[in-house]
Structure formats: C-alpha cells, structure tokens
Design a protein around this ligand. Structure first.
Ligand SMILES: [Zn+2]
Length: 69
C-alpha cells in the first residue's frame, strides 16, 4: 500500500478532524437528505479516501479505501 504521509496520517482519524490539504472532493453519498459519506482523492498519492458520517463512533472515521498502483 503506497500512500503519502498525509493519507497514512488521516487514516482512522475521527471525521471531525478537518480534511488535509491536497484532497479533492470527488463524490458524496446522502440518505434521506443526510450526508452519509464523502469521497476524496489525494492529489499527492492518488489514493481514494472515504469520510463516513454515520454509524457507530468507531465507524465515523476517515479511511483510505483505494490506493493507486
Ligand atoms: Zn495521499
């Protein structure tokens, strides 16, 4: 897994941590008007990162879901 320091740092952090620089919002998912998650692409390492706003406290985190090859 090849991710930059910014991505490895934010992986697993709570969603209330503000997004780092060099992330581009590429998509959002809503359910009944409630924001469920956001997807970002890292401009540095091209990883895709999800920011999940719903679920249990340990699910409401940033997570690297896909890495560039
Ligand atoms: Zn990155």
């Amino acid at each position: 897994m090849e991710v930059c320091n910014g991505c490895s740092d934010i992986d697993g952090r709570p969603v209330d941590v503000q997004r780092q620089e060099n992330l581009t919002l590429i998509g959002v998912a809503e359910c009944n008007g409630t924001l469920v998650l956001e997807h970002y692409r890292c401009d540095t390492c091209r990883a895709v990162i999800a920011r999940q706003f719903t679920g249990d406290i340990n699910e409401r985190i940033w997570s690297v879901i896909e890495t560039a090859h």
